[in-house]
Write a protein that binds this ligand. Sequence first.
Ligand SMILES: *Cc1c(COP(=O)(O)O)cnc(C)c1O
Length: 391
Amino acid sequence: MRVPLAVPNLDGREAEYLQECIRSTFVSTAGPFVSRFEEQIAELSGTERASVTCSGTVALQMALEGLGVGSGELVMVPSLTFIATPNSVRHSGADVWLVDCTADDWTIDLGLAREAIESETEPHPDGRLHRPTGKVLRAIMPVMIMGASLDFDGVVSLAAEYGLKTVVDAAAAIGATGAGGRPLGATGVDAVCYSFNGNKTVTSGGGGAVASLDSDLVGRINHLVTTGRLGPAYDHDVVAYNFRMTNVEAAIGVAQIERLPAFLRRKREVYDRYGEVAARHPHLSGFPTPTVGTSVHWFSGLVYTGPDDALSERFRSFMVERGVDLRPFWKPIHLQLPYRDAIATPMPVTEQLWDRIFPLPCSTGITDDELDYVVAHATEFWDRHDGSSDD
Ligand SMILES: *Cc1c(COP(=O)(O)O)cnc(C)c1O
C-alpha cells in the first residue's frame, strides 16, 4: 500500500464549477467565483472583506506592503515555519528577525520576543529601532503551525506595546478560531493570510487570501495585486503587481469551502487516531493542541521526545519502506542558506524539536484502511523501540 502525506480531495462540485468557467469563458482574473470565494473567506474570517491572491506567499507579502512595511525594516518571524513565511518578508523589501518557538504549542515565543525587543531596540516613531542594524522593527508575523490557534491576545498586546503591525500566517488554518470561538479576522490582528496550495485542507490548486477587519487595507491589497489600475482606462498610480487569483482557481476553492465542515471532521478523526498511537508510548506525543482557540489539524502525526536521536531517521526509513510518505519536517529558517545571517534569538527549542516531528498521512480523503495501515506500522515500530509493555 502507498499512502501519500496530503493530497487534494476533489469529489465535490469542483468539476461542475470548472465546466461553468469554461462555458462562460471566465477563466482569467475576473469572474463570479473570485467574488464568491472572497465572500466565503471573509465570512469564515469574521471580516467584511477578503482579497484573493495567486499564492499564500504573495498574500503575506501583500499584507505587509498594504500595511506599509518594506525596505530598511524588520519583521519578527518564528524560525519553525515553512520558508514562505520569511520569504514573504524579504520579498516586501524588509528583513526578518527570527524567534524561537515555545515547547508547549510550537508557536512564536512571545516572552522571548519581548526580551529581544527590550534588549536590542529603542522607541521609534514607526515601531522600534533595532540598534545593531539601524533598521526599524515594524511588524510581527506569528504562524498558526499545523493550523492551530495561538495566543492572539498576547500577540496583540505585545504589538500594541511596541507599536508593531500584526500579520498572521494562517496558511493552513482556515476554519480555526481564536479564544472564545472568535474567527481569526476578529482576534485583533491587522491581517490574516491563507494559502490554498494543493497540500492544504482547502485548495484552489494554488492561491492565497488576505482577510482583515480593516476594509481599506483589503482595498489597498486588492489594488496592489491588480496592477494598481485606477479604472477602466489604463491609469495606474503605483508600481503594482499581477498577483490575482483566476476564476478557474477560485471555482475549485468555492467547491472546497462548501465541504469544509466534512474536511475538518476527517482531519480531527485522523488527529485522534495518531493521538492514540502516541498515548501507547512513553516517548511519543501527538501534535500540540492549542491552549486557547481551536486547531483545524491541518497536519497531524507524532513527535518523539525520547533520548535516542537516531530513532527519527530510522522511523522515517521504516515507514517509507512500507509505502508511507513520511518526510522530514520543515528545516528551521535559521539553518537555511538564505537566512544564515539573519538576526535571530537563540533557538534551543526549535533545534531540539524540528527533526523529531513526524507528519503522518492526513488527506481528508484518506480511507479507514489506509489510516489503519499507517497506525499499525507506526505502532509496530514504536512498540519495538520505545519500551512499550504491550508486546
Ligand atoms: C503553505 C504555507 C505557506 C505558503 O503558501 P503558498 O500558497 O505555498 O505560497 C506559508 N506559510 C505556511 C506556514 C504554509 O504552510
